[in-house]
Design a protein around this ligand. Structure first.
Ligand code: SF4
Length: 231
């Protein structure tokens, strides 16, 4: 008997979603936040129109044994599904490394998933006091940063990343965010430029990058052993 994880879609092969591993990505259905720039709005509702049965994902993995190194659970917010740790265990039993993309929406659920993960890509949405500007959910900053603390207290490998839409955060705030992450001991930080082509909030204009960001990137680069800007 396998678990009943709700899967909204899959990417069968990626070299970008788990460092140094060939992986597939399983997009878990459902999210409690409504980030204005979310580029997977079809995954936010609890049930999807084109869900894949979990058994089909496992059958795919059977065929990829020896060809794929890892499975990344992404979303949506994968940790909101109670079945996630069981699904992660099933994947690990089959010999794959287990990756997790999460914003830690519910810290207790995030902690359970963390214990089943080999690597986490953790979304730091914004400064804790300003997260709701992005997520449209009051209190989201406190839980986002609480889950970050749980991640940093664990020995699980990770990358922290912040998606930037320059209408929602300015360079000065992004630098303060970097300084706070540095103070908490974050070692690896990635700034991701938003994908404007499809966003949950259709009223949000295409992103326009401010000029002269080189100084900001330089200052952020001094704060972390690993710093990257990803477009
Ligand atoms: S970007 Fe925000 S709304 Fe979209 S899945 Fe991630 S946490 Fe949920």
């Amino acid at each position: 008997m396998t678990c009943a994880l709700r899967v909204g879609g899959m990417v069968p092969l990626t070299t970008l979603d788990y460092p140094d591993k060939l992986a597939c990505v399983v997009f878990c259905q459902g999210c409690a936040w409504r980030c204005r720039y979310c580029h997977n709005p079809q995954l936010t509702s609890p049930r999807g129109q084109h869900e894949l049965p979990w058994e089909q994902v496992l059958a795919f993995l059977e065929r990829r044994t020896g060809l794929l190194d890892a499975v990344v659970f992404s979303g949506g917010e994968a940790t909101l599904q109670a079945q996630l740790p069981e699904a992660m265990a099933e994947v690990r039993q089959r010999g794959f490394s287990v990756g997790l993309h999460s914003a830690g929406i519910k810290p207790q659920a995030f902690a359970r998933a963390l214990s089943a993960a080999d690597w986490v890509g953790f979304d730091v949405k914004a400064l804790a006091e300003e997260c709701a500007v992005i997520t449209q959910v009051r209190g989201s900053g406190a839980v986002n940063w609480r889950s970050l603390d749980l991640l940093l207290a664990s020995d699980v490998e990770y990358e922290c990343r912040t998606t930037v839409h320059w209408q929602l955060i300015d360079p000065a705030r992004l630098l303060i965010l970097g300084q706070r992450l540095h103070e908490r001991g974050v070692k690896r930080f990635v700034v991701q430029q938003v994908r404007s082509a499809r966003m949950l909030d259709a009223s949000l204009p295409d992103d326009v990058q401010p000029e002269a960001l080189a100084v900001l990137w330089g200052r952020l680069g001094e704060l972390f052993p690993v710093f990257e800007v990803r477009s």
